[in-house]
Every structure is written in C-alpha cells, then in structure tokens.
Design a protein around this ligand. Structure first.
Ligand code: 6GU
Length: 381
C-alpha cells in the first residue's frame, strides 16, 4: 500500500515514519509512506499556499490551484483515493480503516488554519474524515492516525503475538484489560485466572471481561457486535410449531442450518398443542439435528438440566416486548445458557419478552425472522 501525505509541515511526520512499528514497516517496504511538502507547489515569489478566506474573519484557506498542482504531481495511479482529514468529515472507525486498507494508493491532504478551498474538495476529494469530536490545528495528526491504523492491518507489520483478533473492535467489542509482572503491585493482585495456566479458562475470562467492559463503557458498540463468543454459556434456539404446516420440515431444516452457522448449540422444536407431539416427530424424522420435545416446558427443562445453571429465555415474538438491543444486553449479563424462543411465550421466571423485527410491508416468513434475529445477536457488523 502506498500513502502520500501532502502537508505544509512534512517534518511533522519524520519521527512517526522512522520509529517503532510504523517505522519498521516503512523500512521493510511493507508500506510505502511519503510526506510531500505543499510549499513545493506554491504560488509566486512568496511561496504562498494559502490566502484569506472570502467572507471570513482573517482565517486562511489553502488555494485550489496549489492543491491541484500538488495532487497532479504525486498521483501515480488514477484510482488513488484522495482523503481530506477535517473535523467536519465522517468519523474514522475501524470499519472505515478496514475498507481503506483495500486500496492500493491513498493521498491524504492536510489542511491547516481553515482548511482547503471547497471547490477543490468537491472536485478532487473522495473522502473527508474526522478522528473525533474535537478540533485540532491541522490534518497531520489525523493523517498519522489513519496510517498507523492502516499499517497494523498490513500482513507482517504486527507480529502474531499481537493477534489482531484480540484487539478492540474485533467482533465489535472492546479489548480486555492487560496485566504484567509483578503479580502484586501496590497491594493489587493480577486476576487469579490469568496466572492459572488454564488456557480455556483464560480465554473465557478475557472474553467475559471484554463483554462487560463494552457493556459498561461503550454500549453503543453492542448493536454491531457478534456476542456468541462472549457469552457465559451455550445458546439454544427453540421453536413452538404446528406439525400441520405443509412446509414445516423444510423450514426447520433451513433454520437448523442457519442456527449452526451462527454458533447456536442446539435447535429444539415443540408442538404448540401437546397432542401433536407424535405428528411433529414424524414430520421431523428426516431432521435428526433438531431435538424434538413434547412441550415448551420440556424444552426449558431440558436446557436447565443440561447446564445446571439458570436459563434465560428470550421470547422473540412477544408483543409488547423490549427492543432486541436490550435483550442483547441481558444476554451478555446472564450467567447461564440462553434459549431464544419463537412461537411461544412461557409464563415462568427469567423470560424476556422481545419485540419482533419492525418491517414495513408485512410479516417476515419464519425462516427469515429467525435469520434476521440471529444476525442481530451473533452476526458482527
Ligand atoms: Cl481530521 N482535522 C482537524 N483539524 N481536527 C480534527 C480532525 C481532523 N478530527 C478531529 N478533529
């Protein structure tokens, strides 16, 4: 990947491009980053690159013809994406970084003072981005921010000991806290499990602390996070159905496949009417992956007995009910298995009534409703 930064202060990037992980990546040729001086494309004897803003209060704006010359000079690829860091841009997220990492060439044009002439922005800039809701004096730090985030996605830049899959925002979750020696500092001990040597328990602890940290600090991230790996226990999908529906076996086979794709541990079906149990078993004789029980009550009993832990039931088609995002939070908080139930709303403890998906043109078919629901909980981004 090639990144060119057009700036009036190229020396601003010197130590960034020669130090630490980014410096090593540049040195090894894993990324090609250059800072080019906008003043090399200035106007007249005074080497002017900016001028007073029309209608402004004395602020300066970089002139479009300077920018045009600079851009023409550094662009080697007509496909290169031109970026302008500005507080009025779209917020730079890990998603946006990942999408920019697909590009072969980026050109980042740093404004100072009041920015770039808007006509140039309109004509030549592909993306305006901001690094957060505060105002900086120029685009150099946002340019370095982007390059830093991009570089660590380039294979080989970050060693495998710093696995990208453990990072914040992977799966849409924050990272877990980290500890090192000494094991006791100022009377504070390192969480015991981390020194236990039990890899499975350590992984579980890290996932759970990441989930709780995200829940408390950045609940806004949860809507896009895939939470399956972050739960305390297994997830089951329950369906209360009528065996007289002609497409039942086919629907349920599809649902079982969908559930498996999202990591659901087991799909369980029960008849809406208890006397239909035999008919349901017959209908599902070709679907051994679906567990068949006589009633919703037996379904919840089975899940509880299997895990010996309190079961959280999410009744997915309840009216009235809480929004799905609230149910997702409760799912993370619970300390036992979860049953997501369609077609019934049992009267028992620990049942969350969840509103169905809002649609504008009528109801979703059951297979689609299940897929959409599972995706909101277990699909990431
Ligand atoms: Cl991209 N530029 C400037 N000047 N200030 C900012 C910013 C960018 N993002 C947040 N504040």
């Amino acid at each position: 990947m090639k990144v060119t930064v057009l700036t009036a202060f190229p020396e601003f990037l010197d130590s960034f491009l020669t130090t630490s992980i980014v410096g090593r990546a540049v040195e090894r040729g894993l990324i090609d980053v250059k800072a080019v001086n906008l003043r090399d494309f200035s106007e007249g004897n005074y080497h002017q690159i900016d001028d007073y803003s029309f209608g402004g209060k004395g602020g300066m704006t970089i002139m479009p013809q300077v920018l045009e010359r600079a851009l023409a000079s550094v662009r080697t690829n007509p496909e290169a994406k031109v970026l302008f860091p500005t507080p009025t841009g779209a917020v730079l997220t890990q998603d946006l970084v990942e999408s920019l990492a697909q590009e072969k060439e980026l050109i980042v044009i740093c404004g100072h003072y009041e920015g770039l002439d808007e006509r140039f922005v309109r004509e030549c800039v592909d993306l305006e981005y901001s690094i957060g809701d505060y105002v900086l004096t120029g685009g150099e730090i946002p340019a370095m921010t982007l390059i830093d985030a991009l570089s660590r996605l380039v294979p080989g830049v970050v060693g495998k000991e710093l696995s990208v899959t453990d990072d914040s925002f992977y799966n849409g979750m924050l990272d877990t806290p980290h500890y090192t020696r000494p094991a006791v500092w100022h009377g504070q001990e390192v969480p015991e499990v981390l020194t236990s040597g039990n890899d499975a328990q350590i992984e579980k602890y890290r996932k759970r602390t990441a989930a709780f940290l995200t829940l408390s600090r950045r609940p806004d991230l949860l809507s896009r996070a895939g939470v399956m790996d972050y739960l305390e226990d297994e997830v089951y999908l329950g369906l209360a159905v009528s065996p007289h529906e002609p497409t039942l076996a086919c629907d349920l086979a599809q649902i079982a496949e969908t559930a498996q794709a999202y990591g659901v541990a087991r799909v369980i079906a029960a008849p809406q009417q208890r006397e239909d149990f035999d008919a349901l078993r017959d209908a599902l004789s070709e679907c051994p992956e679906i567990k068949c029980v006589p009633s919703v009550r037996r379904m919840t009993e089975w899940a509880e007995r299997k895990k010996h832990a309190p079961l959280l039931v999410i009744a997915a088609e309840a009216q009235p009910g809480i929004p799905w995002l609230e149910a997702k939070r409760r799912m993370i908080e619970t300390s036992g298995p979860v049953l997501i139930l369609f077609g019934a709303q049992p009267q028992r403890e620990n049942v969350i009534a969840m509103r169905p998906q809002q649609t504008t043109g009528g109801e979703l078919p059951r297979t689609a409703l299940v897929a959409a629901t599972l995706d909101r909980f277990f699909g990431s981004r």
